[in-house]
Design a protein around this ligand. Structure first.
Ligand code: GLP
Length: 626
């Protein structure tokens, strides 16, 4: 058990362990579970595990399966209790947690079916109370949970204990929060299809476990993880109740740890090394906290925020302010491909060669325009040779209704000349039959998925062309990890890496733009990034790679914080409007909160607050430091 040992963790009320990445954390946790199983067995009793669903535990379950297969770890006597189940879904439903557990873990190890427990989402309403009470009894009869695994939802929930759940709540039926339903919308092909209720173990039930481990991966979880770990214990964030459990622990990967005080404000916990990056972060933080432009910060403000040591290095706030201000100013460029024939010593991108071959990689269609639509347009209009490559089809986000519309158009067109268009008629009616046969939540057959991918492909092509990309420069890779998988079940394989590698080898770009480095490792973006990284690393000995710079953009995720930004591309109101129009080409699937370009306006406002020039909008990039 990790105790609170260093002053760096002084703000952390749940002991927290940071890992380089999720697989490393998952491997350590799986070892702990193995030890626990062996220990219980040695003491002559059955080990009892509390299990969770969602993307977060997937790497951990894969590691348990590996231990079972390769190291003969048996689960024959292990008893499991899952946290929750959607209310209204039967066990065969594609999105039921029972099926999830079956596919992710149970079917691959030697757990005995009678030792597996999940709430039943199909019990009639008037029996729910008794069902929940029986679930509590079953946990107690098994001797209580030895180790409970937890993820955290964006509302800070554990299980489905949404904001408002009390500390001693027990297993019960609960309405789901809007944010939770939005997060599940992709799985259910639309928010409207997401169940409104779930049965969940209560906070009190969870806290009775003898040991608790909560995990979070990816930058999207950073804020909520920090609030649960460092904020007050509150019903608004049920994960915060772990603070008062004597044996609770939190595991984070690097991306999910960035909002912790020890990472965000290290000088407050005596750890600052005052590297240039840390200095920049601290000064920008101070400016935004004090609501003052960087150049107006005074010695007194540095002292008041525990940053006196930094001042002693620079003598005066003035020198420090100027240095950080200039650095921030230098991130701004209207020439993302480099400004030809200009002095590039303090510009984000090199002047030569000009024009550059640019490769924009989009894990899913729309990532590219959301993250860098304005920059794509700039690169094209400045004469660069811009190629866009969509790594996956993105069909899992498309509803059946879209496919039905396309199939009907084809059917009605073909029926005008039925003899000539017989094959088309068969195809279109086949699609309609398949949709009918599978029902709203059946697994979509490959042919239907293909049609949906083509719908998305058309939209992606329109969007890219509207930004000036030549049709011949648009590629669709349809990586097999996606085509053959579904959410949370993606497995990266050698063919994926080879396909990405072949694009790199053919184009030998001078610039690559990509997103996903800080994403949840089970997400499409996270896996696409791994495929790129492996393809890149396999080509390290090729001469072009030395001259290639990789820029990271943000697709669906929240924007980089100002100190992370290494290239800021300003957009005029017209350019932003054009970007928004390109996003709107995606009619079959939209993300309402990202449609209006507000995120880019906010980045520009932050730059303005820091005292640099005022722009309408900014797209932000970071350099991939391999
Ligand atoms: C659901 C589950 C939680 C899980 C959360 C986060 O709400 N009921 O147990 O922690 O999703 O999911 P993910 O791990 O996919 O981010």
């Amino acid at each position: 058990m990790s105790a609170r040992t260093s002053p760096a963790e002084a703000f952390e009320k749940i002991p927290t362990v940071l890992y380089a990445d999720a697989p490393e954390a998952a491997a350590a946790l799986a070892q702990e579970v193995r030890d626990l199983i062996l220990e219980c067995r040695a003491n002559g009793r059955a080990p009892v595990l509390g299990l969770a669903t969602g993307s977060t535990p997937v790497p951990f379950y894969r590691e348990l399966i590996r231990l079972h297969r390769e190291e003969n770890l048996s689960f024959a006597d292990v008893i499991t209790f899952n946290l929750d189940e959607y209310y209204g879904l039967n066990r065969h439903h594609r999105e039921s947690y029972f099926r999830f557990m079956q596919e992710q873990l149970f079917a691959h190890i030697d757990l005995q079916p009678h030792n597996i427990h999940l709430p039943d989402g199909t019990v009639p309403l008037d029996e729910v109370f008794n069902h929940c009470a029986a679930y509590e009894d079953a946990i107690r009869d098994a001797g209580g949970i030895d180790l409970q695994i937890l993820g955290i939802g964006r509302t800070g929930h554990i299980g489905f204990n949404e904001p408002g759940s009390s500390r001693d709540s027990i297993t019960r039926l609960i309405p789901l929060d809007r944010v939770t339903r939005l997060d599940a919308a992709a799985d259910f092909l639309g928010e409207a299809n997401v169940p409104r209720f779930a049965i969940t173990m209560g906070v009190g039930t969870i806290l009775q476990a003898r040991r608790l481990v909560i995990m979070a991966w990816g930058s999207n979880k950073a804020d909520i993880a920090a609030r649960a770990i460092e904020g007050p214990e509150t019903e608004a964030i049920s994960a915060s109740f772990l603070q008062s459990h004597p044996h609770a622990r939190c595991l984070l990967d690097r991306a999910a740890s960035t909002a912790l005080t020890r990472i965000r404000l290290p000088w407050l916990v005596g750890r600052a090394a005052w590297t240039p990056a840390e200095t920049r972060r601290a000064v920008l933080w101070l400016a935004l906290t004090e609501h003052k432009p960087v150049l107006k910060l005074r010695d007194g403000e540095y002292n008041e925020h525990g940053m006196a040591e930094l001042l002693t290095r620079y003598g005066k706030a003035y020198h420090l302010n100027i240095e950080v201000f200039n650095r921030q100013q230098q991130t701004i460029t209207g020439w993302p491909g480099g400004k030809p024939h200009a002095d590039d010593t303090s510009r984000p991108e090199r002047a030569a060669p000009f024009p550059k071959t640019v490769l924009v990689l989009a894990p899913e269609p729309q990532d590219d325009v959301l993250g860098m639509g304005g920059t794509m347009e700039r690169l094209v209009s400045q004469g660069h040779d811009v190629h866009v490559c969509y790594l996956t089809g993105g069909d899992l986000r498309i509803t059946d209704a879209e496919a039905i519309r396309f199939a009907r158009v084809l059917l009605e067109t073909s029926e005008q000349d039925p003899l000539r268009w017989k094959e088309q008629i068969d195809y279109a009616s086949g699609i309609l039959e398949e949709i009918d046969a599978k029902g709203p939540f059946g697994d979509p057959p490959a042919r239907l998925r293909r049609l949906k991918a083509l719908i998305r492909r058309g939209e992606a092509r329109d969007a890219a062309i509207s930004l000036g990309i030549k049709p011949a420069h648009i590629r669709f890779l349809d990586l097999p990890f996606y085509t053959e998988g579904r959410y949370r079940q993606f497995h990266l394989g050698a063919p994926d890496i080879a396909l990405v590698g072949s694009v790199l080898a053919t184009l030998r770009p001078h610039q690559i733009y990509l997103t996903g480095d800080l994403a949840d490792p089970s997400s499409v973006q996270g896996i696409a990034f791994m495929a790129f990284k492996a393809a890149w690393e396999a080509r390290l000995n090729q001469p072009w790679i030395e001259h290639c710079r990789v820029w990271l953009y943000r697709g669906h995720q929240s924007e980089y914080t100002p100190h992370e930004i290494e290239m800021a591309v300003p957009l005029s109101p017209d350019q932003l409007a054009q970007k928004v129009q390109s996003i709107q080409k995606f009619q079959s699937h939209t993300l309402p909160d990202l449609l209006d370009g507000e995120r880019n306006r906010q980045t520009a406002r932050t730059y303005d607050d820091l005292g640099t020039a005022e722009y309408e909008a900014i797209e932000a990039f970071r350099c991939w430091h391999r």
